[in-house]
Write a new protein. Structure first.
Length: 284
């Protein structure tokens, strides 16, 4: 009996121990699960924070990219503007130099005439052939020389000369698309014949060459010569239209719009005005 009781006691003690150990393991497992859940929540929070920071950085990157693109575009526009201004300045400098040379020539001629009249002591008489003493009027030799020079240079006394028409040759080469030869002849014609009635047409020819070569900066300078110097030219509407298109090709919508609107207002109903309206519709 004592043995049985002892065995039962041992069995019950073991069961109690095992149960206690089992409960302890369950508690530990539950604690681990809670710890894992806490770690998961912390990781989730950190992940969401990183996602938010990535979104912020992406937004800042997009802003920086947009700002950089804007600066790049502005730099390109400024560079093109500087190139156009430099070309215009060089052209104006050349024009001023030519005008200065003409003014010097005129001043020299005026001084010579003044000297001739100062050296001559001609007094008014009642007869064109006699002076006050009744004798013939003596005209100073310098005045006679100047008169003879003037007569020799007058159209009536000037012998006929054969003039090589560089303008016609330039137009011929332009039609053949031999742009280099045509451009050289147009430049030569403009330089050697500054008072020719076809100067505006020569500048327009230069503009057409540069336009065909897609050298829009140079084309603008050529067309602008007509717009600013020859407002009554037969090519004024075409030059203004082409200059506006050149600005549009260079991305300068402000100057392009200004010129195209001038074509529409200045030449209503013309083909140039219709074309200008078409280009204006494309400007935002």
């Amino acid at each position: 009996m004592n043995i049985v009781t002892l065995i039962l006691f041992l069995v019950m003690s073991s069961t109690t121990v095992f149960a206690a150990n089992g409960n302890l393991q369950i508690v530990r497992n539950q604690q681990r699960i809670e710890d894992l859940r806490a770690s998961q929540a912390s990781l989730t929070a950190r992940y969401e924070g990183m996602v938010s920071k990535i979104a912020q950085l992406t937004g800042r990157f997009d802003e920086f990219k947009h700002f950089n693109d804007k600066i790049t575009s502005s730099v390109d526009e400024n560079r093109n503007g500087i190139n156009r201004l430099s070309a215009n300045l060089a052209n104006l400098t050349n024009t001023v130099k030519q005008l200065a040379d003409k003014i010097k020539a005129l001043e020299s001629g005026i001084n010579k005439i003044q000297l001739l009249f100062q050296s001559s002591q001609i007094k008014p008489t009642s007869s064109p052939e006699k002076n006050l003493s009744g004798g013939p009027v003596k005209i100073p030799s310098k005045l006679l020389e100047a008169s003879n020079i003037a007569k020799a240079g007058s159209p009536k006394n000037k012998p006929a000369t054969v003039v090589v028409d560089d303008y016609t040759k330039a137009v011929g080469f332009l039609k053949k698309r031999e742009y280099k030869k045509s451009l050289n002849l147009f430049d030569k014609f403009i330089k050697e014949n500054p008072d020719d009635k076809r100067i505006d047409l020569a500048y327009f020819g230069k503009g057409e060459i540069y336009f065909s070569l897609k050298q829009y900066d140079s084309a603008i300078i050529a067309y602008d010569q007509i717009v600013t110097r020859f407002p009554r030219s037969e090519k004024i509407a075409d030059a203004m239209l082409k200059e506006g298109i050149c600005f549009l090709k260079l991305g300068d919508s402000i100057d392009a719009k200004y010129l195209l609107e001038k074509v529409v207002k200045g030449f209503p109903g013309s083909e140039q005005a219709k074309s200008a309206k078409n280009y204006l519709s494309k400007i935002k």
